[in-house]
Design a protein around this ligand. Sequence first.
Ligand code: ZN
Length: 356
Amino acid sequence: MQRRRFLSRSAAAGVAAGFGATLKAASDAQSPSGPSSDLPSKFTPAAHSIPHSNYSPFTTPDYYTFADDLIIERNASNKPHQGKILAAIQAHSDDIPLFAAGTVAKLIDEGYTGYLIRLSNDEAAGSTLGHGVVQNDADIQEAAKAMGLKKAYSFYYRNHRMDDNAAIEIRARLIFLFRMLQVNTVFAMDPYDHYDENPDHIVAGKAVEGACWMAGGAKDYPEHYKAGLKPAHIREKYYHARSPQGHNLVNRVVDISSYIDQKVRTNMANRGKGPAGTAGARLRQQLARQGRKLPLLGNDDETANFAYVKHFLMDDFRILGRQFGLECAEAFRYIGPEPDYLGNIVKYAEEHSVPL
Ligand SMILES: [Zn+2]
């Protein structure tokens, strides 16, 4: 994504117009007027637009489609996920931080051990291709730490060119990692994210989807088992959408209110890509050159970076949360464990069988 360009453009507009104009835009951002619609009353809307903060196009999708069995996932006490392993898979260094970091941090806090797996090399997000590779390589390590993840892996496929690689190779590498790490739960871009322009996201989503199924198979890549690996049974999937134009079917809204600061720090770790990084410090410096300051940015760069992300970039997650009575939320298409069909049949047979 061209996020750096967006930020530079915004910053340039601020300089050109003076910060009076920029701050007025910010104060207008949360207009109370909701979306208008010409949809005749005989139709029931299937996709819902909700208010946006207008501070960033890269946080929540333009539409939500909600399933009728949607549930709100709230904080769980007593580490219910102890012993479970999650993998957060992303095409790019900013995907998981922007769209799922609060929920990943929550599940780690609730007992999971977790890993970050990045598929591209993020070369398109730096001052040069080489700088993009190096900076984002460092950033993913810091982002993983901020979410409480144990380790970050990278496949280094060329950014925005991932469809140039054999899908079967990406899938096979994921199957290997899922088996090696004994993954139970994944986070990834929804493989059916509507209207997503970024070709890497679709490649990543489809690769994860296939790998989740095949990692448990006895006949797929049997040499893994000769080498000592065991099948991985992925029981839970959290699929997120890409903003602004992507959206997916949402059946789980996660309360991330207690983890919003971790999400902020995860995004601050992305210095090479995404709308966060050092944007707060740059805005503070830009204002200082005009003899001005924004009190919320504080008196040092670290405070400015944190406050910028929390105040501006997390606002859409607060607005989403409010729709559900929460302080902050992330939204997913969640696919949970399948029922024990065979066990149910055995149980039925035990209860209903009669002597010959
Ligand atoms: Zn991306």
